[in-house]
Design a protein around this ligand. Structure first.
Ligand SMILES: CC(C)(COP(=O)(O)OP(=O)(O)OC[C@H]1O[C@@H](n2cnc3c(N)ncnc32)[C@H](O)[C@@H]1OP(=O)(O)O)[C@@H](O)C(=O)NCCC(=O)NCCS
Length: 164
């Protein structure tokens, strides 16, 4: 990732731009729709990448399910900015947010399994996350035809592996 990109926590005034970026891919069925209002309410959970002229080129969020488990959610990189490590940088920044909150078990439900495998996540059975199933999956219209794949990472183990 070049030095012309800045990874930072989101600010309240970013909500509309995050929503626009998110909803480009929501319209293509790649992620859930999120309004600026929904994002504003959870703005402390978002991280973004900003380019040299101040445009948001990537975003992602942490979604807590319990004091020890969180989802890496709403990861999106603008088409023009892909292939430059921004997706990885966003996930790393969300992981840092998780660690700061004392959360070490993170997972993602995704249609991009190769991306998550490439950045160190392991494929797991989603049954490992009953909190997610209870809160979101049971009410989802696609629950019997869901093609999202569950990936997870233990941040403590990842730290130990990095240090070794
Ligand atoms: C998936 C997405 C976030 C990847 O963003 P990106 O900035 O292009 O990813 P990066 O450049 O950080 O890629 C990191 C690594 O993953 C690999 N990778 C990225 N996307 C990939 C894909 N679709 N298939 C296979 N590998 C992929 C890259 O080659 C790179 O590997 P390397 O480290 O060996 O070079 C982006 O394509 C996107 O926003 N897609 C639409 C929204 C979406 O599906 N989000 C995921 C929802 S959970």
């Amino acid at each position: 990732m070049g030095s012309d990109h800045l990874v930072r926590r989101a600010r309240p005034q970013d909500a509309a731009a995050i929503s626009r970026l998110n909803n480009i891919f929501a319209d293509e069925g790649q992620m859930l729709r999120r309004s600026p209002e929904m994002i504003s309410l959870a703005i402390d959970d978002y991280v973004v990448v900003q380019n040299a002229v101040g445009e948001l080129t990537a975003c992602g969020a942490i979604k807590e399910y319990s004091p020890s488990v969180a989802e890496i959610a709403a990861v999106a990189v603008s088409r023009e900015a892909r292939g430059n490590g921004l997706g990885r940088a966003i996930v790393t920044a969300v992981e840092a947010l998780a660690r700061k909150r004392g959360i070490y078990d993170v997972f993602a439900l995704t249609l991009q399994p190769d991306f998550f495998a490439r950045i160190g996540y392991l494929r797991v059975d989603r049954a490992r996350y009953p909190e997610k199933i209870r809160r979101d999956c049971l009410a989802c219209p696609r629950r019997f035809a869901c093609n999202e794949i569950c990936f997870a990472k233990n941040l403590v183990l990842a730290e130990v592996e990095q240090a070794a």
